[in-house]
Design a protein around this ligand. Structure first.
Ligand SMILES: Cc1cc2nc3c(=O)[nH]c(=O)nc-3n(C[C@H](O)[C@H](O)[C@H](O)COP(=O)(O)OP(=O)(O)OC[C@H]3O[C@@H](n4cnc5c(N)ncnc54)[C@H](O)[C@@H]3O)c2cc1C
Length: 421
C-alpha cells in the first residue's frame, strides 16, 4: 500500500510532544481521531482541562483515511433502531445524526477549517432488490423522520453519474463529502487553541479504573476525573468488555492519477459523493485536484488483500469502463469498527469512563455527535447518551480466537448474496 492521497495533500500541522511524566487534568482522552477531538473541543469550550493521548499522530486512524462521505444516520438501517427502541427514540437518534452533519458545517466555519466540503450524496441501486430497499427507505424517511430526499430513476441518475451499473438512486443534498484528514487536523488545531494539551506517539498501555482513573503510557501517566476511550478499531486490551463488541474490518481506497477537470466532471457531473448499497459496497467521489477516489473491497480477515491495486482497478472499471488504462497513483486502507448489529455503541463504564465505538464505517458525521453527547454527559447531562445506552450490543460470537473466522464465513454469505440477487 502507498501513502494516502490525503497525506500528500495534508495542510501543515504542528507536531505534538510525547507524554513524559505524571500529569493531572479534568478529562483524559485516548485517541486523536474525530471522536476524541470532538469531545475535547466541547469540554475545553466548557472550561474543562483536557489532555488527549494519541498513539501515532493526529488523524492516523480511520479519521485521516476515510472515504470522506459525510452522511446522516448510522451504520445500521434506521428501521433496526426503530425496531429496538420504538419510533420516538429512533426519531431522536435520527435528528441527532443530522445534527452531526450540521456540526461539521458549524465547526468548519467557527474554526476556519479548509477541507474541500462539497454538497450532495447518492445511495445507488445496482439491482431491483436495491430499488425496493431504497424506495422503502425514502418512504420511511419522509413519513417518520421528516427528512426529504429525492429518488432519481435510472436515466436521471445516469445523466449525472454515467455508469450503466446503476439503475436508480436516493439523492440527499444535505449530506456531502470532505477531505477527512484536513478536517481532523483542523479540529486538532482548534482544540489546541482552546487549551487542550495534545500528546502524540503516546500509546496508552493501561487504564487504571477507580475514583480517579489513570491512563498510562510507556513514559508517563495522566490522572483525571473522567476518561474517554475513543480508540475505535485500533485500540485493544484497554477495556476488554469493549473489545469483544467490535470487529476491525479493513476497507480500501484508490486515488487515480489527475484526470483533468473536464474528464473528472464527466464521471460525477454535480460533484456529489456516491455509494452503492451492496454489503461489500463501492463508494467514490472526486477530489479537489480532479482525481477519482474509489473505495471498496472489505477485508474481514484483517489481512491486506493480495494485489490490492489490481483489485481496486478492476472494481473501478466495472463502474466506469471509460477509466480502463487510468493509473491509480495511491492505494491505502484502514480499519472500521463494526459492531454486531452495526448500531453505534456509545456509553459509560462505571461512573467515570466513557466510550464511543461501533461506528461501523459510518462515522464522519456521527463521531462529531458522539463527542458532543459524551461531553454533555461528563457535564452532568446524560439524557442523550442514555438513549444510545438503550441499544443492546452483543459480543461477537466465538471469542478472540474464533470470531474472525466466523465473521469471514458470515461475510462470504453476504458477498454471495450481493453477487446473486
Ligand atoms: C478506509 C475507510 C473509509 C471510510 N469511509 C467512510 C466514509 O466515507 N464515511 C463515513 O462516515 N465513515 C467512513 N469511515 C469510518 C470513519 O472514518 C470512522 O468511523 C471515524 O473516523 C472514526 O473516528 P474515531 O475518532 O472514532 O477513530 P479513529 O479516527 O480511528 O481514531 C482513533 C485513534 O485512536 C488512536 N489509538 C488507538 N489505540 C490507542 C492507544 N492505546 N493509545 C493512544 N491512542 C490510541 C489511534 O491511533 C487512532 O488515531 C471510513 C473508515 C475507513 C478506515
Amino acid at each position: 500500500m502507498s501513502q494516502s492521497w490525503y497525506q500528500t495533500t495534508a495542510h501543515a500541522a504542528p507536531a505534538h510532544p510525547a507524554l513524559q511524566g505524571s500529569l493531572h487534568c479534568d478529562v483524559a482522552i485516548l485517541g486523536g481521531g474525530l471522536t476524541g477531538l470532538s469531545t475535547a473541543i466541547d469540554l475545553a469550550k466548557a472550561g474543562r482541562k483536557v489532555i488527549l493521548l494519541e498513539s501515532h499522530t493526529i488523524g492516523w486512524g480511520a479519521s485521516g483515511r476515510s472515504g470522506g462521505q459525510a452522511i446522516f444516520g448510522f451504520g445500521c438501517d434506521q428501521a433496526k433502531l426503530t425496531a429496538q427502541l420504538g419510533l420516538a427514540d429512533s426519531r431522536k437518534l435520527f435528528d441527532w445524526s443530522v445534527e452531526g452533519v450540521e456540526l461539521i458545517h458549524a465547526r468548519r466555519k467557527a474554526f476556519d477549517i479548509d477541507c474541500d466540503w462539497r454538497d450532495g450524496h447518492a445511495h445507488v441501486a445496482i439491482k431491483p432488490r436495491h430499488v425496493t430497499e431504497l424506495k422503502g427507505w425514502i418512504a420511511d424517511l419522509q413519513d417518520n423522520f421528516d427528512y426529504p430526499v429525492e429518488w432519481w430513476e435510472g436515466e436521471q441518475l445516469r445523466s449525472v453519474v454515467p455508469s450503466s451499473r446503476y439503475i436508480g438512486g436516493l439523492v440527499d443534498q444535505r449530506s456531502g463529502h470532505l477531505h477527512p484528514l484536513n478536517y481532523t487536523l483542523g479540529l486538532a488545531r482548534a482544540a489546541q487553541q482552546l487549551g487542550v494539551r495534545i500528546f502524540e506517539h503516546s500509546a496508552v498501555t493501561q487504564l487504571d479504573r477507580g475514583a480517579k482513573p489513570v491512563l498510562r503510557t510507556a513514559q508517563g501517566q495522566v490522572q483525571a476525573d473522567f476518561v474517554v476511550l475513543a480508540g475505535n478499531a485500533y485500540v485493544r486490551g484497554i477495556a476488554p468488555e469493549l473489545d469483544s463488541r467490535i470487529m476491525p474490518v479493513g476497507t480500501y481506497i484508490g486515488a487515480t492519477e489527475p484526470l483533468g477537470e473536464t474528464k473528472a466532471r464527466e464521471l460525477i457531473r454535480n460533484d456529489m459523493a456516491v455509494a452503492d448499497i451492496n454489503w461489500a459496497l463501492d463508494y467514490f467521489r472526486l477530489s479537489s485536484d480532479h482525481r477519482l477516489l474509489f473505495g471498496g473491497r472489505a477485508s474481514y480477515s484483517t489481512l491486506p488483500p493480495p494485489n490490492l491495486r489490481g483489485t481496486m482497478q478492476r472494481r473501478m472499471t466495472r463502474v466506469f469502463p471509460q477509466l480502463a488504462g487510468v493509473k491509480l497513483d495511491y492505494v491505502w486502507g484502514g480499519y472500521v469498527d463494526i459492531s454486531l448489529s452495526r448500531a453505534p455503541h456509545w456509553g459509560r463504564l462505571g461512573n467515570n469512563v466513557y466510550f464511543a465505538q461501533g461506528f461501523s464505517g459510518h462515522g464522519i458525521a456521527a463521531t462529531g455527535l458522539a463527542g458532543r453527547v459524551i461531553a454533555e454527559a461528563i457535564q452532568g447531562q446524560s439524557e442523550r447518551l442514555d438513549v444510545f445506552g438503550k441499544l443492546r450490543h452483543l459480543p461477537f460470537p466465538g471469542g478472540r480466537l474464533f470470531r474472525t473466522p466466523m465473521l469471514v464465513a458470515a461475510m462470504a454469505w453476504y458477498k454471495l448474496r450481493d453477487a446473486l440477487w
